[in-house]
Design a protein around this ligand. Structure first.
Ligand SMILES: [Mg+2]
Length: 271
């Protein structure tokens, strides 16, 4: 297991992981955040939130010099220190938002599919769906590469929509309240792999990766990293981590940022 001064990269989910499920506090994780910062270990926020939603948090966490992964892996932001000549500040995995919207609108026109996406409604409606304030809803609506939608139709039509989208290179994945449409080749796992590879190239040495998450949308990330921390969540999902690639898995007994710290205590040896 790695020492804190070994080449390391850490990927973390936000809600229910680094942030408390109820009050969004990361206070219990602060001692570890300080240790990681002092040891220059990149901490990559890896979330379903949009870039606009992540920005304020990244500033509050003093992580603006680090990349982050938004929209469930569809978007990767690279700060200046991480950009190479080929790398732009924003890397899109899969399809762009305008293309996703176009495909959805075309399919709905053709087959009368019964759904509403964020692009169909007002911030007021998104606020009702999510419980966010209208100002927060506006940030959640600044999409770059994925579209959350609410399905009102029957199961048969849903299966049909899924099939039609897959022909367009798009996939439907289940989030908490919404279905998310994004490129088939986009996901937290793929984004983590892409960014780990970039970091290994830049460092020129093997780098160990740690991932922390509490929900089903974190599974692909947890299966991609060397050390996976499954944080105890407020849900009934089993969270089976397929550790076929030899990753080590630790399941916390505590929730949120307490569990987050428990996971790092388990895997990282202090020098
Ligand atoms: Mg979560």
């Amino acid at each position: 297991m790695p020492y804190l001064d070994d080449p390391l990269i850490i990927f973390t989910d936000l809600d229910g992981s680094l942030l408390d499920h109820h009050d969004y506090s990361w206070k219990p994780a602060q001692p570890w955040l300080d240790k990681l910062a002092a040891a220059n270990v990149p901490l990559i926020l890896t979330t379903s939130k949009t870039s606009a939603e992540v920005a304020a948090l990244q500033t509050a966490l003093h992580l603006t010099h680090q990349p982050f992964i938004a929209e469930n892996g569809a978007i990767i932001h690279l700060p200046p220190g991480w950009q190479t000549q080929e790398q732009q500040p924003v890397h899109v995995m899969g399809a762009r938002y305008s293309d996703i919207r176009q495909a959805l609108v075309d399919l709905r026109q053709r087959y009368d599919f019964e759904f509403r996406g964020f692009g169909d409604v007002t911030p007021k409606q998104v606020a009702v769906w999510t419980g966010l304030s209208e100002a927060q809803a506006e940030l959640a609506m600044q999409r770059e590469a994925s579209e959350p939608l609410v399905w009102f139709g029957n199961d048969l039509d849903f299966a049909h929509l899924k099939k039609c989208l897959s022909r367009e290179g798009l996939a439907l994945t289940r989030g908490g309240r919404f279905w998310h449409v994004m490129g088939t080749d986009a996901g937290k796992g793929q984004a983590v792999q892409w960014l780990s590879q970039l970091y290994r190239q830049q460092r020129g040495v093997p780098v160990a990766s740690i991932g922390l998450g509490d929900g089903p949308n974190d599974l692909s990330m947890l299966e991609t990293v060397d050390y996976a921390v499954v944080i105890k969540g407020y849900h009934e999902h089993q969270m089976p981590v397929n550790d076929g690639n030899g990753s080590q898995v630790f399941r916390t007994t505590e929730f949120g940022p307490h569990g987050w710290s428990q996971g790092l205590n388990h895997f990282i040896t202090l020098p």
